[in-house]
Design a protein around this ligand. Structure first.
Ligand code: FAD
Ligand code: SF4
Ligand code: SF4
Ligand code: SF4
Length: 381
């Protein structure tokens, strides 16, 4: 017999599956595609370790933000491959300057068929697949035992993930390691691969998904909008200024219900050494080629690494601006947008996505340009 451990008050971090002494917990998809812990009751000895050890039951973090600044990488290639100003790359580079080129870096990377998992790469030269935000949940806990092994062998490790993943890793490790740097980001929430696939089908009007790739927040040379999308399906490339996934994700309609309603990580108590985020405010243009990242040090260890960042553009930033323009750092955002998950969605997800998703025509940068000069017009709907 199988039983869901908890699907309402759960971040899907997977820590309980690692804690269980009988290995009887696995993460499985719920009806909307979100990973939840499922117990095989035949092997369960009712020790309650999973419930008592759940990350959401543990005490709040003791780290509070110490410093904040805005940075932008001067390396054009890195900037283009990063979501905002390349803070993740620059922090890893600073860490590598101190601890050598063989540092281990762990972050979220695509596998086939839009599966997102945490992966470890060796050295900053291999960082490419980890860069860029992917706004669906990455399976991170599977890599925790490997991280523990590297740390025990005195190797240097950087882990970057959502605040709930960073907390889960800390609890799994059970002690602090000087050779570990923890990075999280201000986190609005995550969706999942099933929802992403449904959104792609709705956006490019196809039921055939072959060799599919999806790129969030692509920075195109030709236009400046920082939330463009690139989809590759069956060797066809679709470049869009917006799509159903981006539109529904940023309005909070397709995030995990726990992220939207009750996330305990949307506040200043940080489990990480460094928090990175987008940088918004009157002085910061939201132009794809000119975005800055915020870098917040939460510990002395983090602060020492941030101080070693060099060769980048710095700008002043402060916590008042952060509070005003990035409220997720302080509290759960109150929005009027409803989640799209209900019986209507289960009956026909594509129809529901089209009804509530992006309502304008999808045009590529080239098409936008041609439209502007009056040569061509094409719509996908
Ligand atoms: C799910 C999600 C929600 C976010 N919400 C906000 C927000 O509300 N406000 C805000 O200011 N910024 C948010 N961010 C952060 C933002 O998108 C950028 O990552 C940030 O500006 C840093 O950009 P960068 O250029 O320094 O680094 P990037 O090159 O973008 O590096 C991103 C880092 O995050 C890791 N990562 C990417 N996707 C995932 C994932 N799904 N799960 C775990 N780790 C991942 C990568 O491995 C990499 O280490 C969010 C990011 C994600 C992934
Ligand atoms: S009660 Fe104990 S044995 Fe049962 S699932 Fe939880 S941790 Fe595993
Ligand atoms: S430990 Fe993580 S996955 Fe397990 S119940 Fe708690 S929040 Fe959910
Ligand atoms: S919003 Fe909260 S629970 Fe959801 S992924 Fe982010 S940190 Fe985890």
């Amino acid at each position: 017999m199988e039983k869901t451990l908890n699907n309402k008050n759960c971040s899907g971090c997977g820590l309980c599956s690692l804690i269980c002494p009988k290995q009887c917990i696995t993460l499985k998809k719920d009806k909307y595609g979100f990973l939840v812990p499922v117990v095989n009751e035949d092997n369960c000895i009712h020790c309650n370790k999973c419930v008592n050890g759940c990350e959401l039951r543990q005490e709040e973090a003791k780290n509070f933000p110490l410093n904040i600044q805005a940075i932008q990488s001067r390396n054009k290639k890195i900037l283009r491959k990063s979501t905002s100003g390349g803070a993740f790359y620059e922090v890893c580079k600073a860490f590598s300057k101190i601890y050598g080129k063989n540092i281990n870096i762990c972050g979220a990377a695509w596998e086939d068929n839009l599966i997102l998992k945490h992966k470890i790469v060796n050295g900053i030269v291999s960082i490419g697949p980890l860069q860029k935000s992917k706004y669906i949940q990455s399976q991170a806990s599977v890599i925790f035992p490997k991280i523990k092994c590297l740390l025990s062998n005195n190797e240097f490790v950087i882990f970057c993930g959502t605040p709930c993943q960073v907390h889960a890793l800390k609890l799994y490790l059970q002690k602090d390691y000087d050779n570990l740097l923890l990075i999280d980001f201000i986190c609005h929430g995550t969706s999942n691969d099933l929802v992403l696939k449904n959104c792609i089908q709705a956006s490019i009007n196809t039921s055939l998904m072959d060799d599919i790739q999806y790129n969030f927040r692509v920075k195109y040379k030709l236009h400046k909008y920082p939330y463009s999308v690139k989809i590759v399906n069956n060797h066809k490339v679709y470049k869009m200024r917006n799509d159903h996934f981006h539109s529904l994700f940023f309005s909070g309609s397709i995030t995990r219900p726990y992220c939207k309603e009750s996330c305990k990580y949307k506040n200043e108590h940080r489990y990480s050494d460094i928090t990175i985020s987008d940088c918004r405010g009157p002085e910061f243009k939201q132009v794809s080629s000119d975005l800055y990242s915020c870098v917040i040090s939460n510990t002395e260890k983090g602060n020492n690494i941030v101080k070693r960042i060099s060769g980048v553009k710095f700008k002043n930033y402060n916590f008042n601006l952060l509070k005003r323009y990035n409220p997720c750092f302080y509290e759960i955002e109150q929005t009027n947008n409803n989640s799209i998950f209900d019986d209507e969605y289960l009956e026909d997800p594509i129809r529901k996505i089209k009804k509530y998703g992006y309502q304008k025509n999808f045009l590529s940068p080239k098409e936008i340009f041609l439209n502007k000069i009056g040569i061509k017009k094409r719509t996908n709907h």
